[in-house]
Ligand binder design. Sequence first.
Ligand SMILES: NC(=O)c1ccc[n+]([C@@H]2O[C@H](COP(=O)([O-])OP(=O)(O)OC[C@H]3O[C@@H](n4cnc5c(N)ncnc54)[C@H](OP(=O)(O)O)[C@@H]3O)[C@@H](O)[C@H]2O)c1
Length: 330
Amino acid sequence: MPDTFFASVLDKNSDGVITHSLSQLPMSELAPDQILVKVACSSLNYKDALVYQGHPGIARHYPHVPGIDAAGTVVRSPHPDFPAGTAVIVTGFGLGTSAWGGHAEYIAVPADWLVRRPSAMSAEDSMALGTAGFTAALCVDALLRHDTRPEQGEILVSGASGGVGSVAVALLAQLGFQVAAVTRKPGLEAYFHQLGAQRTVAAAELATAPERALHKEEYAGAIDTVGGSTLSTLLKRIRYGGSVAACGMAENANFSSTVFPFILRGVNLLGIDSVAYPQSRRQAIWDKLANEWRLPQLQAITQAIGLKEVEAASQAMLAGERTGRTVVVI
Ligand SMILES: NC(=O)c1ccc[n+]([C@@H]2O[C@H](COP(=O)([O-])OP(=O)(O)OC[C@H]3O[C@@H](n4cnc5c(N)ncnc54)[C@H](OP(=O)(O)O)[C@@H]3O)[C@@H](O)[C@H]2O)c1
């Protein structure tokens, strides 16, 4: 085992300014009683971008290693369920927030953060999905559990060109749903068509007069990744008994609504959390993503970058300038 490992490191100086470097860290910093994983690749998520850009309240301590996702191989383990040599995926829990994350050659994590990487899925493909793809799968799973079916009509996906949105569009299309991809970016019709969307809707077109409590019933359901006025307005357009899976806040963490979508149309607002989602149910979702929910378009919507490029990519991500998913090759 080497004495040091390479990592992307954020530090906070005495003026509170966050600095970024690629550094060697001592292996002794990784807790010896946890499972040591050699990381093959990670990814870039919205939350990682917030951490790189110094948004408060996500990274708990400095120096900090970002990266809420990792795929790799167990190299040292006190746990019989995950012996050395096991191919694993870690997403969420405290990775890259309370604990050092996957933008590094090694991570040390508790056994209950690990999922076995399905044999039908490469490490690169697991990170092309990452937290974003896993969250998209949780949104789709929640809609299906609430009896949303293709024959009921169109499903709207907001923030559709982002990581969660792109995977959500592709998954829904693969399951036979008609999908309307809602985006602020012009000129992405071919991208959404490739993912399987029937229609692209400019985000501005969704806006309704704020004083209107309800709009014409249009969509059987929705996956909302942006919150804010988008979530407020799409709730007014959901058909009787439809469901909205809400997972994001790229536009705004606040939204407003009357109770009318809920009490006059029986609309369900479904909260989606990928971070603390129970380990006992994670494996089934990853197994689906590797098999019956496997996405042939995944590589076409994924870019690979190295650790040197992550800072610039995180700036572009928060500016809403990136499309699809980003794998970070370690
Ligand atoms: N609940 C969970 O467990 C969970 C897990 C993963 C992610 N998330 C959240 O889900 C959201 C999406 O994550 P992601 O990884 O997919 O991020 P992403 O790749 O950056 O995608 C976000 C997308 O949102 C849209 N957007 C960006 N800024 C916006 C703004 N100011 N107003 C309206 N739309 C905007 C853009 O899509 P268009 O240009 O196509 O409109 C952008 O591509 C984030 O808020 C993230 O924190 C939550």
